[in-house]
Design a protein around this ligand. Structure first.
Ligand SMILES: [Cu+2]
Length: 379
């Protein structure tokens, strides 16, 4: 063993023996007791992140990089503690260039080893660096969250978010892989594109696939539904009729702007005080495009996919294989444990301002509570 590895091991032993128990004690002392009751069955120590009404387990995976392994919405003041996510990852970042090649499948090459070292001063000044400085955990001020002012009487609230993020070196690019958990229950996965251009001015698309295993309270009894809003004929766009229709089998769906298409994952058994099913809805990013390539890249057929939850079905593609569309094998999904795959597309038409370093362009979506609470959980 080299001296360097020896030193690293010794310091790891020291961290395990002394720092980890100390950090654990500090977490236990600071966090409200009930707040992590559920999540700490799944993780502990640095891998348990607490704040902004969330307790979240995270880990680093070889292919998916910074991954969420459980997330519970927890309100310490009321004792509320309910599971939302079992697992959430970036399952692919597919980047084909307009000239036909290259066609990168970044998750297949491994986002874990691509994670860069962050520094306190510039990257994580208000948070904690974890995992040998490769993960920043922080509580962010997310600005004005809600406001109600009437006749001089005001209730104004600023929001917070528990944020975990990492920076990945993929060629000349840096991808900022971020998971934000807002104190109002919204989850915002994001991928920031920055660094330097790989091939100068050649246009290309970034197609990111998030794999989300929602477990609303429990793994079973999931129902996935699609929202459609159609205006009545002759109503000049008004008198819209809204429907939520269940998706009964494994399938893929495209974006549809004209009908305000969105999706939700609800629990078939649990209902809130209004008699509505607990759920989370997926809001596509506005301004997102679509990309359809060729039959051998079947994963490019849609922006929203739903499959039965299988731990063997984690990835979208490799350099030579389409995987995602092969997961659609006719399994029923209604009332089962399901996984949804959410796809974002960014067309990168290079601009002068992308050099020498690119201002971060964010790809993101929101998963937000729909009838998961009885009312707005922020007082
Ligand atoms: Cu780009």
């Amino acid at each position: 063993m080299s001296a360097r590895a020896d030193r690293r091991n010794a310091s790891r032993r020291w961290i395990r023996r002394f720092l980890v128990p100390l950090a654990w004690l500090a977490i236990l002392a600071c966090a409200p007791r009930g707040a992590q009751a559920a999540a700490n069955q799944y993780c502990s120590g640095d891998n348990l992140a607490v704040g902004a009404n969330w307790t979240v387990c995270w880990e680093i995976r070889a292919n998916e990089g910074l991954s969420i392994s459980h997330a519970f919405y927890t309100n310490p003041s009321t004792g509320f503690d309910r599971r939302v996510l079992a697992d959430a990852t970036v399952a692919q970042v597919f980047v084909p260039y307009e000239v036909g090649s290259p066609r990168y499948h970044d998750v297949a090459y491994g986002l874990g080893p691509a994670m860069q070292t962050l520094n306190t001063r510039d990257d994580c000044p208000h948070g904690n660096l974890l995992a040998n400085n490769r993960v920043c955990r922080e509580i962010e001020d997310r600005g004005l969250a809600q406001r109600f002012c009437l006749e001089g009487s005001c209730a104004v609230r600023r929001g917070k978010a528990l944020v975990l993020w990492a920076s990945l070196q993929t060629g000349a690019y840096n991808y900022i892989q971020t998971w934000s958990f807002h104190d109002d229950g919204t989850i915002e996965p994001a991928l920031g594109l920055t660094g330097a251009l790989q091939f100068g001015p050649t246009a290309h698309t970034h197609n990111v696939y998030w794999r989300m295993d929602f477990d609303i309270d429990d793994p079973a009894n999931d129902r996935v539904e699609e929202f459609t809003r159609l205006p009545k004929a002759g109503s000049q766009g008004l008198a819209g009729v809204s429907t939520w229709s269940p998706l009964l089998g494994e399938t893929f769906r495209p974006h549809e702007l004209f009908t305000f298409r969105k999706w939700r994952v609800a629990d078939t058994q649990k209902k809130n005080a209004q008699g509505k099913r607990w759920g989370y809805e997926i809001m596509a990013s506005t301004g997102d495009g679509s990309l359809r390539t060729n039959p051998s890249e079947g994963f490019s057929k849609g922006e929203f996919w739903v499959t039965r939850a299988r731990s063997s079905e984690r990835f979208v593609s490799t350099d030579t294989k389409d995987l995602l569309s092969t997961y659609l094998d006719g399994e029923p999904i209604d009332g089962q444990d399901v996984v949804v795959w959410v796809v974002g597309h960014a067309y990168h038409e290079v601009r002068s301002e992308d050099a020498p370093y690119m201002p971060i362009e964010w790809m993101r979506f929101e998963a937000r509570p729909r009838d998961f609470f009885d009312a707005n959980p922020l007082p």
